[in-house]
Write a protein that binds this ligand. Sequence first.
Ligand code: FE
Length: 340
Amino acid sequence: MKSLIKYVLIVFFSISCNDKNTLEVNLYSQRHYAVDQKQYENFEKLTGIKVNVVKANADELIERLKNEGDMSPADLFITVDAGKLFRAKDLDLLQKINSEVIEKNVGDVFKDKDGYWTPITYRARIIVYSNERVKKEELSTYEDLGDEKWKNRILVRSSSNAYNQALMSSIVANKGVEYAKKWSYDLVKNFARDPKGSDRDQVKAIAAGQGDLAIVNSYYIGLLLSSKNEEELNAGNSVSVFFPNQGEDQSGSHINISAIGLAKHSPNKSNAIKLMEYLTSEEAQKVYVNTSYEYPVNSKVEPSDIVKKWGEFRPDSLDLNLLGKYRNEAILVFDKTGWK
Ligand code: FE
């Protein structure tokens, strides 16, 4: 009899453990930065909750969530593009997040008004220019990059990249498809070479004299400037940062977020919320800004010293979900205007 009671208790305990008392959380992540592992290790030390990470590109992870359905082990979906979170929500793969701690940690500016994802960092897609061949006064807006004066001087990666797709989505949202087409057409005529390589490669190409301007994510400049590799350091030092569209009647610089959505069928939901609360906390935000040079979403934390030197800027205040809503139009613009 005693052993039967013991057996029943064990079964009962393991069933009740199955949901909320497990000590792990499963993350599907598109992020590709060394800082992340550090964050998860710190979280595990603090809470005892182990973070299991599956890394792939955002579309692959969305496909996986879709196929797994309610059997999915995923608790959280992390991307570097609000557009992909919009898509995941649109496909009914996410659930609303309820946490006062997150509400308190994250400012209103970047959050999802529907509450399906929370940002953890943001980044600006900026213009960098050659210190030798360009003067700051010559620069103004993204739109101006279509001007003839930039012929054969602009470097940017391919249009298959989500960062460029999000930028083009913002142009479509702010100015319409026809304007975006004209701009893209003019910009492509100014390319110094066919798009290739990463954001970092565009900066290296400026250092090598292959072009004078590049469109890149801000944190890559922080990574280059703090690199131990001489070529990277030289590349970082050969350029300056410019925040476009800062005029009063202009949109502000295009930004995107890295953000987390709570998976619809999250099996370890309370752990998932704890991790989101941790990643938006002052402690973890400091680790992001000083390791990956992204901007913090927690207003109590300041950007790194390297990033602060570039000065403050006004971000585009567009609802970030529009970066997903206009994604198909943006891709069509690329196809029609020859941005490879
Ligand atoms: Fe990146």
